[in-house]
Design a protein around this ligand. Structure first.
Ligand SMILES: [Zn+2]
Length: 393
């Protein structure tokens, strides 16, 4: 069933159930009383919402909360057996996937063996993966309950079309949603940009975020993007702006970028920039990352010198993120993490401190994401789970 019409009685029920469900997702275990306290929805309505979610098997009861007086309230939590979730990252040189249960426990992870030059070839791999995953995990209430895809390009959620992928013309206008739903009409699909997916993944996970805190997720792999997550009360998961951050000009007469302009930040602070320094003539392939990590392990002096330059430009980019968004936390995600040491992180923090006045970076933390290079995938899955009532209400 789709989302009910705004203004209908069912829509009121839908928003109340969604609010309760999102509170349960954020808490490890909680009670009806606590949900009523946080949501400011009456206890009677909360009980009816919880009964609805129990009936759908999306949540389960796990025992009783300690109480000094009266009846002990029953604790509820997300039902791990509600279904499995599949997250897919379509990156230029390194596509991968994860499978988790509904509580977010990792069941498997792996590479997707294809380059994403051609969307049809990529979709054929997705099709194979979905069929295999459905067969491998029987016994879950809703089976494969949802799929999330993170793209390095732009996707229009309203039309379901890929709007733009730099240097991948065959993707532009590709009907990703329609082609997926043709193959799997009963499996919900949500598509995000890589940086947004990373921001959602870290935002949902980070219990230390206060109301209105924002985090920035810098996705630095072959390209460079920024996703912003704001922890707004009542609107969890809100993304406030995402940009073509990698294509901000830092030198108008500089290196030619993949977008056709000159001097974009991405041409200086990305793995593409690193690869071009080391292998200027070699074509892009799925072996690029192996080429770079091999020379990194060998402590190749040319690679280390090029990496120093990339870290310098990355620090400039991060200072710009602070100036533009003033987040409380910045996560440096993407495959650049494979090349960053604790020493590099200290160097980046110092550069940002030197570039941005103290008043604009109070309590700022710059970290690597908890889920490492899988952050965008966890974000995809978290977003599908957070919005699952749009599909199963
Ligand atoms: Zn550019």
């Amino acid at each position: 069933m789709a989302v009910p019409d705004i203004g209908s009685i069912d829509y009121v029920k839908y928003t109340n159930v969604t609010r309760c469900f999102q509170i349960i997702l954020k808490a490890a275990e909680t009670s009806r009383t606590r949900i009523a306290g946080i949501s400011r929805i009456s206890k009677v309505t909360v009980s009816s919402c919880v009964d609805f979610l129990l009936d759908k098997k999306l949540i389960c009861e796990v025992g009783f909360q300690e109480s000094r007086r009266g009846r002990k309230p029953t604790l509820i939590t997300v039902n791990p057996n509600a279904g499995i979730l599949l997250g897919i990252e379509a990156d230029v040189v390194c596509s991968k996937y994860i499978v988790t249960d509904f509580a977010g426990k990792l069941l498997e992870e792996g590479p997707i063996p294809c380059e994403v030059d051609d969307p049809e070839t990529f979709m054929a791999q997705v099709q194979k993966l979905v069929f295999r995953v459905c067969e491998s995990y029987p016994g879950y209430e809703h089976g494969l309950i949802g799929v999330g895809i993170a793209l390095s390009g732009y996707y229009d959620e309203r039309s379901g079309l890929v709007s733009y992928v730099a240097n991948r013309a065959s993707w532009n206008g590709y009907p990703l949603k329609a082609n997926f739903q043709k193959l799997f009409p009963d499996i919900p699909l949500i598509v995000n940009r890589l940086a947004n997916a990373g921001a959602i993944g870290e935002g949902f996970r980070d219990a230390s975020l206060l109301d209105n805190d924002s985090i920035a997720f810098l996705h630095c792999s072959w390209g460079l993007g920024v996703g912003i997550y704001q922890n707004r009360p009542g609107k969890p998961g809100l993304i406030n702006g995402s940009s073509r951050f990698g294509h901000t000009t830092i030198n108008y007469n500089g290196r030619l970028c993949s977008c056709g302009n000159r001097g974009c930040l991405e041409s200086y602070a990305s793995l593409r920039a690193l690869y071009r320094k080391l292998f200027p003539e070699r074509p892009i392939s799925s072996h690029c990352i192996d080429d770079l990590t091999t020379r990194f392990r060998q402590k190749d002096p040319t690679l280390l010198a090029a990496l120093d330059e990339i870290i310098l430009y990355l620090s400039i980019g991060l200072s710009n993120v602070v100036n533009a968004y003033q987040p409380r936390k910045i996560y440096i995600g993407g495959l650049i993490q494979l090349f960053l040491t604790e020493e590099n992180l200290t160097q980046i923090r110092r550069s940002v401190e030197a570039a941005v006045p103290d008043v604009f970076r109070q309590d700022l933390q710059i970290e690597l994401p908890a889920h490492g290079i899988y952050s965008a995938l966890y974000g995809c899955i978290g977003d599908v789970r957070n919005r699952i009532l749009q599909f199963v209400f």
